[in-house]
Design a protein around this ligand. Structure first.
Ligand code: SF4
Ligand code: FES
Length: 245
């Protein structure tokens, strides 16, 4: 175990923990936009900035990535942290002025408007380029159907070749994890429609072999059958009809 302090309070932590995880366990609030226990952290949003002091040197770091170490002094609410975090929030607000989640977080941090100019094209899609959708698809689902492509100002979320949803199983994990609702999922009577910032695709829903209700994407059921090595016939019924078996 290593000893550190956060806002003057003493903590003991496992050396493989991050500053964010120790703070959260200790009930110290650090705002986050791109952190989830389900996937690896990538440090994209930078809202979780804190100040660390090590051997007398202070610097700002992203707490979701920064590992704890012996003697570390962490401050989550210094004047510098608050000021830089607000600037980060202003940049996010300029990129996604129409995102309710971004606006809500900005307001919570005392930011109601941005000094930075919004790009009309970028601000349409509510995407903060956090990459959570791509990571959940690769790390949790195992489909790798979506990714962040290009660099710099051209960076964006896209399907392979921009319109090939061939690897997507329509599970909706990307829509679920997206912190800004930039990905939407709509189920109609017989199909699921998923819209990403740069594309939309339709997926057939499977009809239950007994009651006829369309209950899950055909591609997701095929994927589950292949992964589990169960017979596809195991996925013929909707959950309600399975319970009646
Ligand atoms: S679509 Fe959502 S999850 Fe994906 S990069 Fe954009 S904001 Fe993040
Ligand atoms: S939560 Fe740490 S960088 Fe986004």
């Amino acid at each position: 175990m290593v000893k550190l302090t956060i806002n003057g309070h003493a903590f003991e932590a496992d050396p493989c923990q991050t500053v964010l995880s120790v703070a959260q366990q200790g009930g110290i609030d650090i705002p986050t936009l791109c952190h989830s226990e389900a996937i690896h952290d990538y440090g994209a949003c930078r809202v979780c900035l804190v100040e660390v002091e090590r051997r007398g040197r202070k610097r700002l770091v992203t707490s979701c990535l920064y590992p704890v170490e012996e003697g570390l002094k962490v401050t989550t609410d210094s004047e510098k942290v608050v000021r830089v975090r607000k600037t980060v929030m202003e940049l996010l607000l300029a990129r996604c002025p129409n995102s309710a989640a971004v606006r809500e977080m900005a307001e919570k941090l005392g930011v109601t408007e941005s000094r930075f100019k919004s790009d009309e094209e970028d601000s349409k899609d509510n995407c903060v380029l956090c990459g959570m959708c791509a990571r959940v698809c690769a790390e949790v689902v195992g489909a790798s159907a979506i990714s962040l492509v290009n660099r710099g100002t051209e960076r964006e979320v896209a399907l392979p070749f921009y319109d090939d949803a061939g690897s997507c199983i329509a599970c909706g994990s990307c829509a679920y994890i997206c912190p800004t609702d930039a990905i939407t999922l709509v189920d109609t009577a017989s199909k699921r429609i998923i819209s990403w910032p740069k594309g939309t695709a339709d997926f057939a829903l499977k009809a239950c072999g007994r009651c006829g209700i369309h209950f899950a994407p055909v591609k997701q059921l095929e994927f589950m059958a292949a992964k589990s090595q169960l017979s596809p016939t195991e996925f013929e019924l909707c959950p309600d009809c399975r319970r009646m078996n």
